[in-house]
Design a protein. Structure first.
Length: 66
């Protein structure tokens, strides 16, 4: 297992509140001091996406329609 996968496995990943939990199209999110990490919940072997916290907050506001 790569170092990146080992480190990612130790984070507290969570799914969205609107996730059906039935294996559909979902992502998981984990936060660190310097980034918000996003990954495919069905394929944990793929790399995650790192986004700056301010950019993630902007995305969430946009997605919520605020």
């Amino acid at each position: 297992m790569s170092t990146q996968l080992s480190a990612a496995a130790e984070l507290n990943w969570s799914t969205g509140s609107h996730s059906a939990g039935d294996g559909g199209e979902c992502v998981e999110v984990a936060t660190t001091v310097s980034a918000v990490l996003v990954r495919d919940s069905k394929d944990l072997s793929r790399p995650h996406l790192a986004v700056a916290p301010a950019r993630w907050a902007h995305f969430v506001r946009y997605a919520a329609g605020s």
